[in-house]
Design a protein around this ligand. Sequence first.
Ligand code: CA
Length: 686
Amino acid sequence: MKTALEWKTYYSSPEFREHYIYEKNDLGVSCTDSGTSFKLWSPSADSITLNLYHEGNGGEAYAHISMEKQDKGVWSWFSHDNLNGVYYDYTLMLEGEEVRSADPYAYACGVNGRRSMAVDLKRTDPEGWENDRAPEKGTEQIIYELHVKEFSWDPSGGFPEQYRGKYKAFTCPDTTLFGDGIHPTGIRYMKDLGVTHVQIMPAYDYGSVNEAGKDTEFNWGYDPVNYNVPEGSYSTDPAHGEVRIREMKEMIQALHSQGFRVIMDVVYNHTYSLDSWFQRTAPWYFYRVFDDGRISNGSACGNDVASEREMCAKYILESVLYWTEEYHIDGFRFDLMGLLDVDLMNRIRRELDVRYGKGEKLLFGEPWSAADTAMEGRAVPALKKNIGLLDENIGMFCDDTRDAVKGSALKIKRPGFINGAAGKEKDIVRSAQAWCEPERERTGADSDSFTGVRAPSQVITYVSAHDNQTLWDKLAETLPETDAAERMRLNRMAAALYMTCQGSLFFLSGEEFARTKNGLEDSFNAPIALNRLDWKQAWENRPLVEYYQGLIALRTRLPGLCDKSARASERITNIEISEGLISFEVDNRSEAGEQKWDRLKIIYNSTREYRRAVAATGRWAVLCDGENSRLWTSVKYADSDLHAAPQSVLILGRLADKIEGGTGSAGAGVMEEETAENETWEKQAV
Ligand code: CA
């Protein structure tokens, strides 16, 4: 066998590129009543046999069929029958060795994904699928990160026993705490919370959980085996390949019908094992190797997928398009996007825009890698420092905002602005502007912080995700002496702070109920008992949940903060900074219609003292303070003695003139109706 480096040299040769880059998009299996077509790209194979089986695992093949070699390294076979439900794999002769492989392009598979399955995809559609549509895009994206099993595992969620931990749990719209009929959990809880997008952690077929094993097995799933197949352990029957497909579609359909868009977490940067279907059918083509022969491991998971190679880029692009077309996915979160190249990300963006409209499908990712990677040629990695090279509708998780607010995710004892760090004020202002400062004044910013951000649409504003400690645990870590009341106050402050920053909003499910993992930083394979959402806690910490609800509802009414255009940061003016105290104003006018509040004043007070908040002239109302995020639902004047409470965010809104006269105006929406009768023009007492 050739060495990795020899393969790499061969694939980089003009001769290979001329003869083996396949352009059509019909690899894999297409299965309909017109027949079933098998196509596999394997440029170096000497022969390939297609093996057909009745079962997804075990048993002998009932047929062995010699594949025919076509141009461009493609092998094919066609049957006039609809082979729906037939399992298959390939035996390849490659460099004199016999290799068995499933199909890297497969749309369905048997248990644990070791054998592929031909599937007539139309037959997997749940009832009403042809009418499935994503809800309209709102004024803001508020993304809620969820794991399929974590969502419904705990008995407190009140889900039917047989659906716990499964896709099917999402089809239960009215679950309540232990089924008490009173306290919503699950879908209804999320609707009340007001999030707009549900981001599902890996739900393609991954390898770290035995689909035939115990239900208690748990993993986040960042270890892909079959990129174009749903994970089997979330289905009620992983042994029958069509079931997981139908049930995942049912999950998406249910989420759409309940008003959520669905984002898929995709991990194209590495595979579960280097001994993958990619590797078995095209050795080393899909992986990076350093020039000295070392295997590239920028993912810290043993291998790096070579996104810059033509057939690999094509694979990733077609996979994304497949999930949007077949499963109606509304957006993608790219794991370790910094390992993929800028050209591919922009190409995916363009293709999605052409098909669905500009920016309609969300696209964002982690702009970093775990270590150096052996990206080839002139390819440029989609790292943070290259944000200016990416389309303005490709977003990046903003670690600078995350760390400025509550301290470094990696250095766990290190605090941020809210929990006592000095000198973070300028970074907090940059966070509010989604790192798009109008003046480009970079003094004081870390050299590796975001520069060249084109628009807030490129920034995912967040303080917690599945990685690293939960917000609650981080607060406990950095302030071990404080009591629960202070941590709650700081949790509210963190939430109000990042929800008044520009950019798209994102948070880990349960952040809003003080979710804890007992301080564990990396719970990827910790027991489900630790990882599951505890719906009891969601009700025990109800005041915090309600604070988040109010903030989310308020945010969607503030176009000055939701603006994703390149000049949005110019709305932020009158910035004043002193130690532990920041205030600024926001132009809240919108082309979409007049707003209840034409101007906002926002104050972040991380000190332990009351701080006077002087507002400019005009009639200002208190929209949110450190305790109550629903003050905006009735009108309370801010007077000249108004103070921001210790460790709190205060949000004021200037009442637009036309509203003052009581005339109706577009854009004020619900507020108008609510205030018409209930308005109490009392002064805010502090
Ligand atoms: Ca699996």
